[in-house]
Write a protein of this length. Sequence first.
Length: 126
Amino acid sequence: MAGLGILLALAVLLASPSFGQQDRAVDSAKKASTTKKVRGRLPAHFSALVSQKQREAIYKIQAEYAVQLNKLRAQLDALAADRDREVDAVLHAEQLAEVIKKRADAKKKRAARSTARSNSKESTDR
């Protein structure tokens, strides 16, 4: 990612007739790529207690674990989908059709409730 920023800055430098100004752009692009801050969300009750250095260390730890957690969530989702397909396969065609219809009806009801809540919230925010 940092390499892409440097390449982009270099391309701008080569394309521009005002070379001196572009030197500063390359320097700021390099600085931005090396000083990119990791952002996150502190656990409850931490914000008033930790220093900026601790905060940054926590954000870095969270970012490192986020990759692994996202992979595991994807595996869990795939496993649940496999399970649901196998459970659906136990049903007869008529039963499965009825279940599919009931699922669609429930989804419509949830969407309607969500829309009603959003509309209600918008009217109270005004």
